[in-house]
Design a protein around this ligand. Structure first.
Ligand SMILES: NC(=O)c1ccc[n+]([C@@H]2O[C@H](COP(=O)([O-])OP(=O)(O)OC[C@H]3O[C@@H](n4cnc5c(N)ncnc54)[C@H](OP(=O)(O)O)[C@@H]3O)[C@@H](O)[C@H]2O)c1
Length: 290
């Protein structure tokens, strides 16, 4: 057996984009736990990778066999499709064999301009050449303690235009485990997975579980699209992001995401993590302490 050759082939790293964030960080750790060499992709990586500076892409892709593709700031922004088309083309030329893309459950319909961006960004990956797996994730649990909703929850008042609409929130750790499986195991190429938790929840019910576990008053207020959009704009959120978030939340309000999927269980061979388990852990860590 030629040990040198074996070493070279197994040492080809997986480039994990968004590796300092909620999902990419967990993907990097899940791969590391499997003994897979990881190249941390991000603006502070070595070498740095910046979606907005294409001159950084070649070095980040050099010698890489697989890519966890997470687009930042968000797939639902204007440049995502052009950037992903260019990046995946470059990845194919660089010899990348496998791409696992983080997408969202919004890509399935492609009816609104936001949904079309998600659908087109997936199509760019499917057409690039390397084997692909698409992960259409539901809303992350962690939006509520690490993400953009965390500051409102901590402040005790979350106001969203989701009404009584339910979403099947999903754990970032489950998404990362599925990504690690798709990056390292056979049988996932050409598959589009829908990653959700097992339980549909309104945002009001989710906030009530958090308040109970945190032992303090945290309230949910349903508001209109217009009120919510105006509040975001007043905080200086760019118009493009306001449209994106309002579109996504409207779909939840209208019941368009009120269905779960078995895909986490099918890939991992266990039930998805329950929201109550996440809430218990985060509350113990003091995530929602006032
Ligand atoms: N939130 C949800 O519920 C949800 C659901 C489904 C899909 N998604 C998708 O998830 C993605 C966001 O993932 P996340 O929440 O894990 O991210 P996150 O926690 O917000 O972290 C963003 C990551 O992207 C990196 N980044 C930011 N700007 C960058 C740039 N110009 N070039 C390269 N890297 C950049 C950041 O690294 P540095 O700052 O170190 O560069 C960081 O690692 C989006 O594509 C979104 O569409 C979100």
């Amino acid at each position: 057996m030629n040990h040198a050759q074996t070493h070279v082939s197994t040492a080809a790293p997986t480039l994990v984009l968004g590796s300092s964030g909620k999902i990419g960080g967990r993907v990097a750790r899940a791969l590391d736990a499997r003994g897979v060499p990881v190249r941390l992709g991000g603006r502070r990586g070595e070498p740095p990778f910046d979606w907005q500076d294409r001159t950084t892409w070649a070095a980040a892709l050099d010698g890489v066999r697989s890519v966890f593709l997470l687009y930042a700031p968000d797939l639902g922004t204007a440049d995502s499709v052009a950037d992903i088309t260019a990046f995946t083309g470059q990845a194919a030329e660089a010899g990348v064999e496998r791409i696992v893309q983080l997408s969202a459950r919004l890509a399935d319909e492609g009816r609104t301009a936001t949904e079309e961006l998600f659908a087109d960004a997936e199509a760019a990956v499917r057409g690039a050449g390397p084997a692909w797996t698409i992960l259409r994730a539901g809303w992350f649990f962690q939006n509520l303690d690490e993400g953009f909703l965390a500051e409102y929850v901590r402040a005790g008042a979350l106001a969203l235009p989701t009404g009584e609409g339910r979403e099947f929130f999903v754990d970032a750790g489950d998404i990362a485990e599925v990504a690690a499986a798709a990056l390292t195991e056979d049988g996932h190429a050409g598959r589009t997975y829908e990653l959700t938790g097992a339980r549909g929840l309104t945002f009001g019910a989710a906030v009530a579980e958090i308040a109970s576990a945190a032992g303090r008053g945290i309230d949910f207020f349903p508001v209109s699209d217009e009120e919510f959009g105006a509040a975001l704009a007043a905080e200086g959120v760019p118009a493009e992001t306001v449209t994106l978030v309002v579109d996504v939340l409207r779909r939840i309000r209208l019941g368009g995401l009120d269905h779960g999927s078995d895909d986490v269980r099918a890939v991992l061979g266990r039930e998805p993590r329950d929201f109550a388990d996440y809430v218990k852990d985060a509350a113990l860590r003091g995530a929602w302490r006032a």
